[in-house]
Design a protein around this ligand. Sequence first.
Ligand code: PLP
Length: 373
Amino acid sequence: MTSAIKPLIAPAHISAIAPYQAGKPIEELAREFGLDPAGIVKLASNENPLGMPETARAALAGAAATLARYPDPNGYDLKVALGQRYGVPMNWLTLGNGSNDILEIAALALLEPGASAVYAQHSFVVYRLATQARGARHIQVPAVDYGHDLDAMFDAIADDTRVVFIANPNNPTGTFVTGDDVAAFLARVRQAHGERVIVVLDEAYNEYLDPDLRFDSVALVRQYPNLLVSRTFSKAYGLAGLRVGYAVAQPGLTDLLNRVRQPFNVNTLAQAAAIAALEDAAFLARSYELNKAGKQQLCQAFDTLSLRYVPSFGNFVLVHVGDAARINLELLKRGVIVRPVAGDGLPEWLRVTIGLPEENQRFIAALTDVLAT
Ligand SMILES: *Cc1c(COP(=O)(O)O)cnc(C)c1O
């Protein structure tokens, strides 16, 4: 169907973009394979299997009454809540239409033709997309053990580099770099390049880290004017469909981001629900516990099936299955949606989001069945 499309003339850096491949929606699979949507398990987009917090649902109902009006362009109430959480003033905060928007805004504010951005092989594809869209050069640094090689990334910083993207934990591989390693990297970058190189530390999965691994990245923001930490409500907070994320950075950097963001980039419902979710500690704790148990469930099954996997610090596991295209297709026929990651340079792997215990079990049973055929 799409093969017949001949793109119109565009700048070369736009024509070069390979569009983002999203997880297949349940309804689409149901249509394609004639399946009952109710029986389909989707473990493809790292969404929260608990659904959205009830507290956020209640906040939505309240906010719905005001939808004839534009959203608060400055997100005052949400920034107050975030500012209290992190102990930073409001002019250290930027809200985004998902943290994807934060990444795009950073690229828009900092990159241009003749500049470059550094990121790791097998890291979040949006880093490349956002860089390409600006007509900037992208420098992909080979991964080590499927994770970031911060020494090599430091060495890869060129005279024209303005941004370094680090996903921590990383998606789609689930790897993690320690707080000590991040701090050492920031010190080196600062010493060698001053504030010319902005480090974007993307912590979309931060809330899934075990407590002993968590480190205070906002303390690093206080120390480094060239650091941007981005977080999201899409994953552990269960609000992916609303699109809301945020950045913490010092005012000098935040001011740049604010110049290029859309004035009303975060909608009213998202702002209201995010405040409720942020304050719902019980929901976050449940998400963490469920994820921890589900990770064990999946990894045990992979061990039983003698499948290699990358130990994950997120809410998904990258597993080596060999002929991933075939296995993915067979899983789809059985009503299970996972994420092929060939586009991330991992053609023999699948990324599986950790679901509810029964969803994980459906996936394990289907995979076991497929591998036996
Ligand atoms: C999911 C994800 C995001 C963005 O999610 P949003 O829904 O746009 O907030 C950002 N970075 C990484 C690494 C992710 O996996």
